[in-house]
Ligand binder design. Structure first.
Ligand SMILES: *[C@@H]1O[C@H](CO)[C@@H](O)[C@H](O)[C@H]1NC(C)=O
Ligand SMILES: *[C@@H]1O[C@H](CO)[C@@H](O)[C@H](O)[C@H]1NC(C)=O
Ligand SMILES: *[C@@H]1O[C@H](CO)[C@@H](O)[C@H](O)[C@H]1NC(C)=O
Length: 439
């Protein structure tokens, strides 16, 4: 019986790998130089980096796939090059006033070919393909204080899910004296810098003096009436300068976000059931109309960049709706990036999620939540059933909300994800797209 299951499974994987290879045949070599961005001040890293020793991603050769990953049971397929998200399709299936989160995620998991469409704005000269000579899909994260296992998780989730041939993560650090090479959570990531990750030094004065849009910032900033929430501001400043997708440090990327990045709209997502943004995921273009409106609005409002203030910088009326603000900054359904939030807020209390957890702490608990696996008898359920591909399949990210001090134990969901990330980064195991990192 075990043999039979394995055979069926192996055939499925084989078909999958062949399909994967067709899409990836030309893009195996990793070489992500971006000539268009300005030169950046990277934090000095005191290890010897030899440029020809960068790791590269390769696909498993056919015949070599019997070594199934211990962390993953079914792999995903990378989105097709040059395909973008069809916003209408996604919203039709993920309108949270009509559907449960699990219905939206089921659709996102199973019907990617319906909601990703060829990019109508691209031309035949292949400028939007994931190729090393293109500007990378750029991500940003900001971190203040000691480099911890939590910020490392966000960075690893980026490495584990994004197409590294054409992606880069800027890690903005607000601690000038940090020695990354001596930090246990950072030192293993340094070999991926500056190829895939760049550790950037955050300097408020340097950033805000650079662009006249922040004119007068010092007097607001030093005044007692200032309302600046530091990290809420930083995300707008880095996106105004470089563009990209800003992701909070308590967010894990679960899927390839390039089809969102390539769309012509800018976006964030909805604050649980409220018609407000949560800028924990925020896509803006450098110096775009939307970005400028948000920053100019904040500059006139004591530098308030809190997500609840953003709406009124786009539309001058009392309590604008989602439809009012979507033309500026799409307020995407919460399920896409924060699939537990509605249930946790008791707005969808009967929701049966995959995994079927209830509160923010549940991804840190080493033992099982009640009925955590909806299709498994309680007496058969064990934490060993926790696999990466069973963690909110369909969702693009998971936001774990502020458990900064909670320990990551091996059998918890966070622990399982962490091991999968580490084994991928060590070249031992594939990622969810069945790619190996070659060291
Ligand atoms: C490719 O497309 C870009 C953007 O549309 C354009 O600027 C560029 O000139 C094109 N290159 C060629 C070789 O057609
Ligand atoms: C941003 O765009 C505005 C309006 O088009 C322009 O005046 C300004 O110079 C641009 N700023 C930067 C930093 O490119
Ligand atoms: C799978 O591959 C890894 C890394 O090459 C190796 O350590 C492990 O023993 C292999 N597992 C099996 C079951 O062959």
């Amino acid at each position: 019986m075990q043999q039979l299951i394995n055979n069926k499974f192996v055939r499925y994987i084989a078909a999958f790998i062949i399909a994967c290879d067709l899409y990836y045949i030309a893009s195996i070599q990793l070489f992500c130089q971006n000539k268009k961005l300005p030169t950046l001040t990277s934090i000095q890293i005191e290890i010897d980096l030899k440029s020809d020793e960068y790791p590269s991603v390769s696909h498993n050769e056919e015949g070599n796939f019997l070594n199934l990953s211990s962390n993953i049971q079914t792999f995903r397929m990378r989105p097709k090059d040059d395909h973008i998200i069809d916003y209408t399709q996604v919203v039709d299936h993920c309108d949270m006033s009509k559907f449960l989160v699990e219905q939206c995620l089921e659709y996102l998991d199973k019907h990617e070919s319906e909601y990703t469409i060829p990019n109508p704005n691209s031309n035949l000269n292949e400028t939007t393909k994931c190729l090393p000579d293109q500007p990378p899909t750029l991500f940003h994260v900001f971190w203040k204080g000691d480099f911890s296992d939590k910020i490392a998780m966000m960075i690893k989730s980026f490495m584990f899910t994004q197409p590294l041939q054409c992606s880069k993560l800027y890690v903005w650090l607000d601690d000038n004296d940090m020695r990354l090479d001596e930090n246990p959570h950072a030192k293993n990531l340094l070999k991926f810098s500056p190829k895939f990750i760049e550790f950037m030094k955050w300097d408020t004065e340097e950033q805000l003096d650079l662009d006249p849009i922040y004119h007068g910032w010092k007097s607001i900033y030093s005044s007692k009436r200032r309302a600046v929430s530091f990290s809420d501001m930083v995300r707008f400043v880095v996106l105004q300068r470089y563009g990209g997708i800003y992701v909070d440090a308590d967010v894990l990327l679960l899927r390839d976000l390039r089809p969102f990045y390539q769309t012509n709209f800018e976006f964030s997502y909805q604050w649980s059931f409220k018609e407000d943004y949560n800028t924990a995921v925020l896509r803006l273009r450098a110096n775009s109309t939307t970005t400028r409106m948000a920053i100019e609005g904040a500059m006139q409002n004591r530098m308030k960049f809190h997500p609840f203030d953003i709406k009124k910088y786009f539309v001058e009326k009392f309590n604008p709706t989602k439809d009012d603000v979507n033309p500026y900054l799409y307020m995407l359904p919460v399920a896409l990036f924060d699939p537990l939030w509605l249930k946790r807020d008791h707005k969808q209390p009967k929701s049966i999620l995959t995994p079927n957890i209830n509160v923010w702490y549940d991804v840190f608990r080493p033992d099982l939540a009640p009925n955590e696996f909806k299709n498994v008898e309680p007496e058969d359920a064990t934490p060993a059933l926790r696999k990466v591909d069973g963690f909110f399949p369909g969702a693009f990210a998971y936001h774990w909300h502020n458990n900064w001090k909670t320990e990551i134990l091996p059998t918890s969901w966070m622990g399982v994800l962490q091991s999968a990330y580490d084994e991928f980064l060590n070249g031992q195991q594939p990622n969810i797209y069945n790619e190996y990192l070659e060291l």
